[in-house]
Structure formats: structure tokens, C-alpha cells
Design a protein around this ligand. Structure first.
Ligand code: NAI
Ligand code: MG
Length: 352
């Protein structure tokens, strides 16, 4: 039987509450669907691991992870640990070393979940965030630290190759959806990197005459997100703007607790990494009330990209059924806890 090697990384905080229950859900799903298996290993890496051992992950962590077909992660972050450490020594390591240059963030409305916006047209869009360069390359430095002329420099780096490959990914994806790509930049103010972005994306657009192509400045895009989000199908944007727009997207459709994300290596040379958009939520940790659905939807995205579309569809439908019902966590206006939601999901899956 086809067997995939999966690594599950709970990370910190609510990750440790969500991951074991999510594994139970996916195990039930796979028993039900049949035809393939997941071999799931877990590692306890993250900030709590750092507090115990002095390292966020072992020195050969990336090499260990490289042997898997996919990575299923929740979130890293602890109030007692500098956030740049979990970022640069763990999360960005995976994204960079595994050339996960596409960050895929679907944003949609669900029946049964109130959105914050007054225009009630259904929202079904995907943000394609450039995940390897731009504002987050980590080029920069401090000078004159501690003096009155203390300064910091942070450089944005964009390359033709990096822009072209993300643009092609977006246009190809649009062909499987509603054939519409919107590029979001700020080339009126950032006259080098963002201008190169505009130029290269417009060139790529010429290869896709069947796809409607338009662009918006990032500030106007945030307004459109609130006033008429149904306008969007596929958004292609730079690392920083993609980060901001996806949290905004989560807010308008109901909760960040529903938003899943894929860090994709499209060439499949390395494992892709699937995670919720949210973090380790230290404010609710230990209460058992975290919404597990974003992590579970990230699991569905993982199954889909592994080619197990039937299993992914069944899992997504089961989540839809939950959202129609009364078993919802506090972030969605309910009073269920994490365990209630995953138990209800398991019951739905058993009835399939
Ligand atoms: P956060 O996403 O952890 O929390 C923001 C708010 O949303 C909080 O009020 C939290 O309770 C709520 N929330 C988040 N996930 C939820 C869920 N599943 N169910 C119900 N409510 C939920 O973001 P914050 O507070 O900015 O960051 C906390 C820590 O997480 C930091 O250390 C940060 O660096 C880390 N982080 C890690 C990420 C990752 O590993 N990829 C992503 C974002 C943050
Ligand atoms: Mg974010």
C-alpha cells in the first residue's frame, strides 16, 4: 500500500494541545478512506524545547526533516523566548532550506460562520505569497548600538527568477480556479524592487492571455479586502504584503482559527510544510479551547498536494459540517473545546 512519511511538529503552546487530537482525526480519516497510509513521526522542537535543551531544533534537524514526504506543523513561540530565534532558527530554516518559495493561503467564507463585512457575497480567494525573498531575506544590520545615533538597515531583495516563478505559479493556479490574477505591490513608493516585480509579473501575464490580470497598490488592496473581497480570485504578492493580507483575510472571514497555509516547494525536490496561519496563542494555552480546524485544514491541504484528493475532500466536507453545527470553539462564537471539536469530527468521519 502507498505509504507517506509525514513529520508532525506540534511546536509550542496550543500546538501541543491541537496536534495530538488532529493526528487522531487524520488517522480516523485514513482508516475510513483506505488505499494509503501515513507514517507519522513527531519531534518536540520549538521554543519550549529550546528552554529545556538550549536548541530550537537539533543541528541536523533540517537533514532529519528532509527525509519526509511532508511536514505538518502547528506553531512555535513562547513568551520567554525571543521570537526572532524561533523564526530564524526554525520556521524560516524550513522555508528556505526546502525552497518552499510559494506560500499558499486560501481564504473563504463558510456557511454558518458570520463574516465581519457588510457585503455578503461569498469569498473564495487564494493569496500566493512570495515566501523566499523580498522584505524577509534577512539582509541588514545594526550600527552604533547604544548610542544616540543608533541605526538599523533592512534591505529588500527581489530577483527576476524569484518573481517569475511565483507569478507562473499564480497564473497556473488561476487556470484551475476562476482565471483571475491580481498582483499587489507598492511600486509607487518603492521604486526599485516593486517596479521589477510589476515588470516581471506583467511579462508572465502575457503568456496567459486566457487569465484576467490586474494589479492593485497594497494600500488600495487592503481597502478592497474589506469593501469587496469577492472581487479576488488569486492574489500574487510579496512576502511582507502577503503576510499582512492573510491576517486581514482571516479576520474578515471569521477567525484566524480557520486559516490554513502551505509552504510549497512546487518542484517536489524537498518536503513542503503545512501549518495554520495562527501562532502558539500563549494567552489561551492550557485551557484546551484552541480551535483545531486551521491545523486540520492544513492537513487536508497536505493530503491534496500528496495527491490524495478524495481523502482531502472528505476531510474538508467534515469541517464544513462542523461549521454548520453547534460544536464550535470560542473564536467562532461557540463554547466547545478543542477535544469536543475533534471528537465531533471523528464521529462525522466514522459515518462516511
Ligand atoms: P497568535 O496567532 O498566536 O494569537 C493571536 C490571537 O488569536 C490570540 O488572541 C490567540 O488566542 C488567538 N488564536 C490564535 N490561534 C487560535 C486558535 N487556534 N484558536 C483560538 N484562538 C486562536 O499570534 P501572536 O499572539 O501574535 O503570537 C503568539 C506567538 O506565536 C508568538 O511567539 C509568535 O511569534 C508565534 N507565532 C508563530 C507562528 C508560526 O509558528 N508560524 C505564526 C504566528 C505567530
Ligand atoms: Mg503572520
Amino acid at each position: 500500500m502507498k505509504t507517506y512519511k509525514i513529520v508532525a511538529l506540534p511546536g509550542d503552546g496550543i500546538g501541543k494541545e491541537i496536534m495530538p487530537l488532529s493526528i487522531e482525526v487524520i488517522t480516523t480519516l485514513i482508516e475510513k478512506v483506505g488505499g494509503f497510509q501515513l507514517n507519522i513521526d513527531q519531534y518536540p522542537w520549538g521554543c519550549e524545547h529550546y528552554l529545556e535543551t538550549g536548541e530550537v531544533m537539533p543541528k541536523d534537524g533540517i537533514q532529519i526533516l528532509s527525509q519526509y514526504d511532508a511536514i505538518w506543523f502547528v506553531a512555535a513561540g513562547h513568551p520567554d523566548v525571543d521570537d526572532t530565534l524561533s523564526g530564524w532558527e526554525f520556521i524560516y530554516q524550513m522555508r528556505k532550506q526546502f525552497k518552499e518559495y510559494v506560500c499558499l493561503r486560501p481564504i473563504r467564507t463558510y456557511d454558518g460562520i458570520e463574516t465581519m463585512i457588510t457585503n455578503k457575497s461569498p469569498i473564495d480567494l487564494v493569496i500566493i505569497r512570495e515566501n523566499s525573498e523580498g522584505e524577509y531575506v534577512g539582509a541588514g544590520g545594526f550600527a552604533h548600538t547604544g548610542f544616540s545615533n543608533e541605526l538599523a538597515v533592512q534591505t529588500t531583495v527581489m530577483t527576476r527568477e524569484g518573481i517569475e516563478r511565483i507569478a507562473r505559479y499564480a497564473f497556473e493556479l488561476a487556470r484551475t480556479r476562476r482565471n483571475h490574477v491580481t498582483s499587489v505591490t507598492k511600486s509607487n513608493a518603492l521604486q526599485y524592487t516593486q517596479v521589477l516585480w510589476d515588470k516581471v509579473v506583467a511579462e508572465v501575464a502575457q503568456d496567459y492571455p486566457d487569465v484576467q490580470f490586474d494589479w492593485l497598490y497594497a494600500d488600495a488592496a487592503t481597502m478592497r479586502f474589506v469593501q469587496n473581497p469577492a472581487f479576488f480570485d488569486v492574489i500574487v504578492t510579496t512576502n511582507l504584503f502577503g503576510d499582512l493580507l492573510s491576517d486581514l483575510g482571516g479576520a474578515i472571514v471569521g477567525s484566524i482559527g480557520l486559516m490554513a497555509s502551505g509552504n510549497i516547494n512546487p518542484e517536489n525536490d524537498y518536503p513542503s510544510m503545512y501549518e495554520p496561519v495562527h501562532g502558539s496563542a500563549p494567552d489561551i494555552v492550557g485551557k484546551g479551547i484552541a480551535n483545531p480546524l486551521a491545523t486540520i485544514l492544513a492537513g487536508a491541504m497536505m493530503l491534496e498536494n500528496l495527491g490524495e484528493t478524495t481523502a482531502a475532500d472528505i476531510l474538508t466536507s467534515a469541517v464544513n459540517e462542523i461549521l454548520h453545527g453547534d460544536t464550535k470553539t470560542g473564536d467562532l462564537g461557540g463554547d466547545a473545546n478543542t477535544q469536543d471539536v475533534t471528537s465531533a469530527l471523528i464521529e462525522i468521519l466514522k459515518l462516511q
